[in-house]
Design a protein around this ligand. Structure first.
Ligand code: NAG
Ligand code: NAG
Ligand code: NAG
Ligand code: NAG
Length: 965
């Protein structure tokens, strides 16, 4: 006991002594010494910064001059003592560990936002008892929020957002009785929201979104009678929404989406008469929506989607006449679409799909001057499609799929000439397809499949030059397939299957260079398969089954490398099947009498010698071009030490080849073409190796990746490795760089890839001129292409392939800026010891956050990297650079997507802007910190292909959402 008190005495004595010295010196003369003590203290802090020359504090030099007037960011009170420190965006790299809390007793305003401050907030912050304003947002601060912050009882504004704070919110925060703005969003905070928050009686903004907060919303929140904005979205909050929320009479914005809240919406919500924005989507809420919602006369947006709500939609949802966006999709709502909604002229976007609404939609719809987007799909709606929709001048998307609609398609719809998407599929529509639809030249996606439509396809459809996807399958359409379809140059998906189309397949379809899926099955098509089909270099799936086609399968099909699926069963085809990977499954040929070939179950062609010769005559000239795609896999097993000069003969002796091709010849050609890997042929360097350009004697150019790490000959022969390489070589996708072969001997190990003209996306984005060439539509195509490729690797390969190092450096572009993903699978290949996976994989900035604490690399890591990449493509900046390119948090807060699009390009058209919005939204979900909340690449690829941006509901995208860490 005695010792403790002696120790304490000493401490007090020292403290008193310092106090005495300070008092003495400040009393001694004018304010000079007070200013210089504070100046010295600030200089000492500055001296602790990491990069002395890089910050903006060059005016902080002399402790003997008044900091008040001459030092940047420093201001003083009338007594000459520092009371304001505004160092926002000053490139400071440092910590607060040596901040002179004790020496700046009058400090009231501190703004340190947008720097690179890191480490903890020291508990000594509590000595700044006069602090009114503290903002350290957009830094790299970590650790727990110190409970001592509760001692700053004069605080009015506290911004700790966009850092890496963890631990829970200290309950002492409830002592900040004058705080009106509390922003802790975008951190890693966990635990529950302390009930003491209810003591913050002056609070107007409570911003906690984007953390890992759990537990229920404390009912005490209802005490915050001045609250205007409540942002709790993107957390793990559970339990019911407390009744007391109804007390928040001043609330205008309530955002609770993406939590796991349950129970029903309290009737007390009817008291929130100032509410403008209400979003609770993505929770587990249930029950009916209280009719009292009709009291919210100022409400402009209501988002109820993806919950378990049931019962009728609220009768008076648009009673104030201001409602613009109403989304209630994917719930269990029943009954009619309320009159109030039908008559709601202010509507812009409505999503009610995926419920059990039962209503006659022929009636009572009005003219909506601002309406852009309506999705009523997958309900039990009936009646006819009203011609009044044609009077909505801004309508872009109208979806009624999967209902019980009858009658015919009104041609008046064509008066809404901004329409980009019509989806009337899976109903009971009859009659002919109105030719007036051809006037909708902005059309991107038209789905009329699964009805009972009659007659032929109007030739006016040839005007759809923007059309990406056309599905008219499963109707009763007849006549011929219009040759004008060859003009639909943007088409990616065409399905006319299961109709009564007859006559020949028009050869003009061969002009559809972007088509990836073509389904003409189950019709009465006859004649030959036009050889022009093989001009469709993007084609991946082709179904011609169940028709009356005859003659030979065009031998030119052998050159369609992207083709992964073909079905020609049940026709009258004859002759040999082309030697193409897609022709492997006998079921896709059955029902043809005359086909032969080297597929199990099919008759061999030996009997048809004359025909075979013919086929070879055609194939042979093409063979040169496709040679690379068929290159050998070579394993050279040699452990003997060699002189470089003797290499050739050794290879000859020791060669081990698993293919029919001449691997050793290729090896020699590559060594010769690169002059033994001379650096003048080097075109790039990566983590695992350097890439060389090699022009082979045949004229073909290949990219050769020489691995830093030499793979030992013995090891490479292991079965596992062998299988891995074969799997990679067998991958064929238009957006994946083709791996042609692999060579290894005691000198070198290298992979041989197809060569792509335009080089890497990273290098193009880094150069002003080249980045300008990469216009918006090319960028959109790049994002989609990469998504398709990853979806293919994850979901369509025998065993999923995780890329593990996706970045703009390994997206390569061909002469037409079509993207190809490269380097997939090599990370694992080079390091098969899976416990060490993460040690090799990943490029800084693209790596999923969970890899900081788990070593398990999953597909979801690629999804995260894809999100980073997609943002990079549309903003033109690496994510890190994007974040640091904003000058202050207030500037940042009002930024929307448009403000951060790559400024080197002219602003996008409205249509492209929609696509960019979709991409941004998808990117945000991909970058969710929780792997399980990220979509799969399949979902990503689907939503980029088939949803126009208008389909994505919810508020505008803010910069905060975009750059969430
Ligand atoms: C200091 O700044 C220079 C130039 O920007 C940079 O290269 C260096 O890495 C920085 N040092 C630290 C420790 O951050
Ligand atoms: C201390 O600051 C006050 C207020 O800025 C100023 O009037 C005074 O001259 C300063 N003293 C000295 C010695 O610089
Ligand atoms: C700090 O300065 C910036 C502009 O330089 C300003 O926008 C911000 O409001 C200031 N902060 C405080 C607390 O005065
Ligand atoms: C600090 O310096 C950086 C780089 O020179 C500059 O972009 C930024 O605007 C400066 N900040 C202030 C507040 O002057």
């Amino acid at each position: 006991m005695g010792r403790v008190s002696i120790y304490c005495d000493k401490l007090c004595f020292t403290a008193c002594l310092i106090l005495y010295i300070q008092l003495a010196s400040s009393q001694k003369s004018s304010f000079a010494s007070a200013n210089s003590t504070e100046a010295e203290a600030l200089l000492k802090w500055k001296a602790s910064f990491q990069n002395q020359t890089q910050n903006n504090l060059t005016s902080w030099v002399n402790a003997n001059e008044a900091p008040c007037n001459t030092w940047i960011g420093v201001s003083c009170n009338s007594a000459g003592s520092v009371n304001r420190l505004n160092l926002t965006n000053s490139s400071i790299q440092g910590t607060l560990l040596e901040f002179p809390f004790m020496s700046l007793p009058n400090l009231a305003y501190v703004d340190l936002s947008l720097n690179e401050l890191f480490d903890q907030i020291p508990p000594e912050i509590s000595s700044l008892t006069k602090l009114i304003y503290f903002d350290i947002s957009y830094n790299q601060m970590s650790g727990k929020i110190p409970p001592e912050i509760g001692l700053l009882t004069n605080l009015q504004v506290l911004h700790l957002n966009a850092n890496k704070f963890n631990g829970s919110i200290p309950q002492e925060i409830g002592q900040l009785k004058f705080v009106y703005e509390l922003a802790l969003n975008l951190n890693n905070l966990e635990g529950s929201i302390p009930a003491s928050v209810g003591n913050l009686s002056q609070l107007t903004s409570l911003i906690l979104f984007g953390n890992q907060l759990s537990g229920s919303i404390p009912p005490e929140i209802g005490n915050l009678s001045k609250l205007v904005e409540l942002h709790l979205y993107d957390n793990y909050l559970s339990g019911p929404i407390p009744l007391s929320v109804g007390n928040l009479k001043n609330l205008t914005i309530m955002v609770l989406y993406n939590n796991t809240l349950s129970g029903s919406i309290p009737t007390s919500f009817g008291n929130l008469t100032n509410l403008v924005y209400l979003s609770v989507y993505g929770n587990k809420l249930s029950g009916t929506i209280p009719e009292e919602i009709g009291n919210l006369k100022f409400v402009e947006e209501v988002h109820l989607a993806a919950n378990r709500f049931s019962g009728y939609l609220p009768r008076d949802i648009c009673s104030g006449g201001l409602l613009q966006r109403f989304t209630a999709e994917n719930n269990e709502f029943t009954g009619p679409i309320p009159k109030s909604l039908k008559g709601c002229k202010s509507l812009v976007r409505v999503r009610l799909q995926g419920n059990q609404l039962k209503s006659n939609i022929s009636e009572d719809f009005g003219v909506y001057p601002n309406l852009q987007f309506v999705d009523l799909s997958h309900n039990n709606l009936y009646g006819e499609i009203s011609d009044i929709w044609g009077q909505c001048p801004n309508l872009t998307t109208l979806r009624f799929a999967g209902n019980n609609l009858t009658g015919s398609i009104p041609s008046e719809i064509a008066n809404a000439n901004n329409i980009q998407e019509l989806d009337f599929s899976l109903n009971h529509l009859v009659g002919v397809v109105p030719k007036d639809l051809g006037r909708l030249t902005s059309m991107v996606n038209l789905k009329l499949n699964g009805n009972q439509l009659l007659g032929s396809i109007p030739s006016e459809f040839g005007a759809f030059t923007q059309l990406d996807s056309l599905d008219m399958s499963t109707n009763k359409l007849n006549g011929s397939i219009p040759s004008i379809f060859g003009e639909l140059i943007s088409l990616n998906y065409l399905n006319l299957s299961n109709n009564n189309f007859s006559q020949e397949i028009p050869f003009q379809l061969g002009k559809l260079f972007h088509l990836s899926q073509l389904d003409l099955s189950r019709n009465s098509l006859d004649g030959k398969i036009p050889s022009e089909i093989s001009n469709m270099q993007s084609l991946e799936g082709l179904n011609l089954s169940h028709n009356n086609l005859s003659g030979l399968i065009p031998a030119t099909f052998v050159g369609m490398h992207g083709l992964s699926y073909i079905d020609v069963s049940y026709n009258h085809l004859q002759g040999p099947i082309p030697n193409n990977k897609a022709f492997q499954d006998v079921h896709n040929f059955e029902g043809n009498e005359g086909l032969c070939g080297n597929v199990v179950g099919l008759e061999s062609c030996n009997k048809h010698v004359s025909k075979k010769k013919l086929v070879f005559a055609i194939i042979f000239p093409i063979l040169g071009a496709v040679l690379l795609a068929l290159l050998a896999i070579v394993f050279i097993k040699t452990r003997r030490k060699k002189e470089p000069g003797t290499e050739k003969s050794d290879i000859h002796d020791e060669i081990f080849s698993i293919s029919h091709f001449d691997g050793k010849k290729l090896y020699r050609e590559i060594i010769r073409a690169t002059n033994g890997f001379d650096s003048i042929f080097c075109i790039g360097k990566g983590g695992s190796g350097s890439v060389y350009k090699a022009k082979l004697p045949s004229g073909s150019i290949v990219a050769v990746k020489k691995l830093h790490q030499k793979l030992d000959g013995e090891e490479t022969l292991q079965k596992e490795f062998h299988k891995e390489i074969s799997a990679l070589i067998n991958i064929r996708h238009r957006n994946i760089v083709k791996l042609c072969g692999f060579c290894s001997n005691s000198q070198h190990s290298f992979l041989v890839y197809e060569y792509l003209e335009k080089g890497s996306l990273a290098s193009i984005l880094s150069k002003e001129d080249e980045a300008k060439e990469l216009d918006w539509s090319r960028r959109v195509r790049i994002v989609k292409g990469v998504a398709h490729a990853l979806s293919y690797l994850h979901h369509d390969c025998v065993s999923p392939i995780v890329h593990r190092d996706l970045s703009s450096s390994n997206i390569l572009l061909d002469y037409d800026y079509e993207p190809c993903v490269s380097d997939f699978g090599t990370a694992k290949l080079l390091n098969p010891d899976s416990s060490n996976w993460s040690s090799l994989a990943g490029t800084y900035g693209y790596v999923a956050p969970e890899l900081a604490y788990t070593r398990k690399v999953t597909e979801k890591c690629d999804v995260y990297s894809f999100g980073v990449l997609a943002l990079e493509v549309i903003t033109g900046k690496r994510l890190g650079d994007l974040i640091s390119s904003f000058s202050s948090p207030s500037v940042c807060e009002n930024k929307l997507l448009n403000d951060v699009l790559d400024q080197r390009l002219p602003p996008p058209t409205l249509e492209v802007e929609h696509e960019l919005t979709t991409i941004a939204r998808v990117a945000i979900t991909c970058r969710d910190s929780r792997p399980q909340s990220r979509p799969t690449m399949h979902m990503v690829s689907q939503s980029l292909s088939f949803q126009t941006a208008a389909s994505t509901g919810g508020p505008d995208i803010t910069l905060e959402q975009l750059i969430k860490i």
